[in-house]
Design a protein around this ligand. Structure first.
Ligand code: SF4
Ligand code: SF4
Length: 245
């Protein structure tokens, strides 16, 4: 089978990551993410069933209170899964070089005003279920975290994370701590050029980081903290580096 060769995106001189940068606030990133999700509207959504993932396409609707909503029929697996584990994950590509993902907590909503507003934008479903509204559950994505991702040059990226409703922004896996001796090993190893000098130490620019872990395994000073750490994981990483030498 033949594949199309992936073209190199060129954003030189153009806006990268919709103009978001390290100075952007959580609110600004979240606002951009919500506008993108609003435009996409229908997208794949994953849940968990007996420890295994399941997905289907769901139509999400951003209402005037600033939250997304969707409906599920009470007879469906989706409804049962969300009542058991009230979380949903979404991810979608935008245009060619952007993507967005979000993990959200969901809560069933009874408020008639919200139902009325939701069905203003979903007239087909409203007429289909007109005499069977009791079969439906309206869910609100009331808290969550996510990320907008932009591949803007040959394998180079920019990413911006956000959170809402009391959930925390998901931290990146690697961070440089105060043990840094500024030896420069990580700077040399990082293919994303995400390591930057910061006074007499180094730091990771998380907007540029691919979370690959190479800096972590080349650091001689235990100066990089890893959220994934386990002996077994570390051994696997070392082995993969040896294989690449
Ligand atoms: S490899 Fe470790 S000690 Fe060296 S500059 Fe990077 S973080 Fe600092
Ligand atoms: S995790 Fe990978 S991409 Fe991120 S700073 Fe380290 S080496 Fe660079």
């Amino acid at each position: 089978m033949l594949y199309t060769v992936k073209e190199t995106p060129h954003f030189e001189g153009k806006e990268i990551l919709f103009g978001l940068d390290e100075s952007s606030t959580n609110e600004e990133i979240k606002e951009k993410a919500f506008q993108l999700l609003k435009k996409i509207r229908s997208m794949p959504a994953g849940t968990v069933k007996d420890g295994l993932p399941e997905s289907r396409v769901i139509d999400f609707c951003l209402l005037s209170d600033g939250f997304f909503y969707f409906i599920a029929s009470k007879g469906k697996n989706l409804h049962k899964q969300l009542m058991d584990v009230p979380y949903i994950v979404l991810s979608e590509r935008i245009e060619r070089w952007y993507s967005i993902r979000m993990l959200a907590h969901v809560t069933p909503i009874m408020d008639k005003k919200v139902w009325d507003e939701f069905f203003l934008y979903n007239k087909g479903t409203a007429s289909m279920y007109a005499s069977n509204m009791h079969l439906l559950e309206l869910f609100k994505l009331d808290a969550g975290e996510g990320e907008i991702f932009h591949l803007y040059a040959d394998e180079r990226l920019k990413r911006a994370r956000f959170a809402f409703g009391g959930m925390e922004v998901k931290p990146m896996n690697y961070t440089i701590n105060d043990n840094c001796t500024a030896c420069g090993n990580c700077l040399e190893a990082c293919v994303e050029r995400a390591i930057v000098e910061d006074g007499d130490k180094y730091r990771i620019s998380h907007m540029d980081c691919n979370d690959c872990g190479k800096c972590y395994v080349v650091c001689p000073a235990e100066a990089i903290d890893c959220r994934l750490y386990s002996e077994e994981w570390h051994e696997r990483m070392m082995k993969s580096l040896e294989l690449n030498d």
